[in-house]
Design a protein around this ligand. Sequence first.
Ligand code: GPW
Length: 829
Amino acid sequence: FGEGEKAKVERMFGLMDGFLKNDPVSLQKDILDHVEYTVGRSRFSFDDFEAYQALSHSVRDRLIERWHDTQQYFKRKDPKRLYYLSLEFLMGRSLSNSVINLGIKDQCADALNQLGFEFEVLAEQEGDAALGNGGLARLAACQMDSLATMDFPAWGYGLRYQYGLFRQVILDGFQHEQPDYWLNFGNPWEIEHLRISYAVKFYGTVEEKQLDGHHCKVWVPGETVEAVAYDNPIPGYGTRNTTNLRLWAAKPNGHYDLESFDTGDYINAVINRQRAETISSILYPDDRSYQGKELRLKQQYFFVSASVQDIIRRFKDSHRNFDQFPEKVALQLNDTHPSLAIPEVMRILVDEELVNWHNAWDIVRKIFSFTVHTVVPGGLEKIPVDLLSSLLPRHLQIIYDINFSFVEELKKRFGLDYDRLSRMSIVEEGAVKSIRMANLSLVCCHAIDGVSRIHSDILKTRVFKDFFELWPQKFQYKTNGVSQRRWIVVSNPGLCALISKWLGTDAWIRDIDLIMGLRDHVEDAELQQQWKMVRRVNKIRLAEYIEAMIGVKISPDAMFDVQIKRIHEYKRQLLNILGIIHRYDCIKNMNKSDRRNVVPRVCIIGGKAAPGYEIAKKIIKLCHAVGETINNDPDIGGLLKLVFIPDYNVSVAELVIPGSDLSQHISTAGHEASGTGNMKLLMNGCLLLATVDGSTIEIIEEIGKENMFLFGAKAHEVATLRAKGQARKVPLQFSRVVRKIRDGYFGSEVYFKSLCDSLEGSGDFYLLGNDFASYLEAQAEADKAFVDQERWTKMSILCTAGSGRFSSDRTVGEYAEKTWRIEPCRCPF
Ligand code: GPW
């Protein structure tokens, strides 16, 4: 800035003590104004939902102020920025999170009380923003929260789906999917920017042209769609910084092709254009399986192209050429879903900005990094070449060119090792020629991160072994983390207050390492007592919810044993259910006096199955069938219950997690890349019953195996066990339990046959039979520990105390330092 310019900016900021005030009286006035002028209701008569809307708009106004200040400050300072590209973000609700991060929750509650409303009741009015499937998407949300709180100059980019993840409705024990039209009631948390939009091209041909003496490739598209920006402010906690999650919606492009209207079919021409909107209409509900669908590919390119155009435009606002691009921009790819950003940056730089190929390639290799979230090679995306060549002809050329140089480099390094070359090539030859998106990312990114230590080891030694040999320095890992703001402060206020009280400070909310201090008080009977009380209140709240939702009465004295996550064979919800059947059997066979020693349990399972995933759907039905039998058996009474919580999502998680005693993370070892649910439960003082897999391995290091219940085959044993096939020893109890299902004890014997088949004979790929005995032992250990409530409470405190390493603040800090090389940029106002 020149001197005059500087004076102007300062004058502007000087005028800014017109900021909205946060005292209850000012808030009340704002809320009433929004009731009247935004919601359009009388300020003398409005209901809970209208009050929620008005309150949200008042909070939104405050977010916008901070958002502007932050963006203006970033612009002035021009720090290196991080752009986090993800096809999925599971933000959940925003109201509580916003008022807490803004530090105005109490004032809001006061303001509402005087108007005759209750904050907690209004917060329940909000629906979830469920623009994602599971762990990968919620991870993105937690990382956005950490980025903002830690003052990093970072933006998220994604898609504004009109329909988020389907609503799960259970009828007669079967899952049914219903559309989640979450925008039906408006969304006060986004700011629509109709004038921030970019044209995104599809189809067509590539032509060669001379332009300003340059030989150029010009892509002549067959279809153009407009991407419109919707900004979702992300407030940091304990800072004025408020960053942005920019989501793109598809709209028909404003440039009219007269010919299509000249044919006289005006109505159809308009209708056809309107179809553009389908690109951002729906989230694909199958996590980790890419089926070569054209719409999915369109979605990926649509959001990536708009984001890259936006990033380049912002850079050009304050830079004359691209020399400094790598010092100012880092792009993070959340799995390979956004990896078309790589050829898109190449295309824009080379074809539109006329940067020569070598310089453009140099830039690309410095700015991109990506995170892998799976270990299963089958989970890696491949795009059929036919599809790509029709949809994005220019990108296919670019990918071929990148691959050509890469293969040349490989030949120089390894000679004509054709096996290796064909394994590593970005292009897969075969029945269906396709592009391997992971290989493209591996070649073009400077860093490839796994999501836990064991995951990274598996990537290096198995999945990407060849690439590790070529570029060992590219391979890193950053163990996942979750935000303590969302998962303790927002969702467990009782525990939050207790932690602050005993630590003598609430600084742990920004500086999670302090939470370790709880260890100093673990022997204190007073803390133990208060800890138990807080947890009990949470259990009562959960019990009330369960009774209201599914009509099953449960006692807060029982152990609440939960497994909440997407339904997948490798996550082994089936192992849990088989264990419950076994427990039921045991109780039935006991005499009265033995029954007195049984620890009462409430088993809670929740999660969605991908609509086309037959086995997962059968597991849901089995859970209901078994629950039906057990819950209605008067002989069992309160000793055992099995409930399935329908429509598991972020806000249901916020209710279940604080009220859980024991949580199961029981994937077949070597299959869960990380897992993040375990971290959320750990933070909330819930004990874990787990296999030695994913991030659990690192949790063991923090809290000690004496504070957990571990079981099952280790990752390095799995291959050998599988190879043994039918020679594997399977305990008698296992066969007995499977037989019960086969014999129709829970009904639907024909329907469950394939489930049983998957567990017996040469099946049982996920080794349920093998792990069953040690699973039951771990469960018995948990029972034993629960009987001694003092011991249990101490373990619970130690779980929370040892959870610090699993904050997304730590994860994001590592990425910032090692991968993105960005620095905090804190807005001073
Ligand atoms: F297949 N994860 C997910 F790797 O939730 F892409 N959806 C997905 O599509 C994939 C992974 C993908 C999960 C992992 O299963 C989980 O282990 C991990 O904690 C989480 O991503 C975040 O890294």
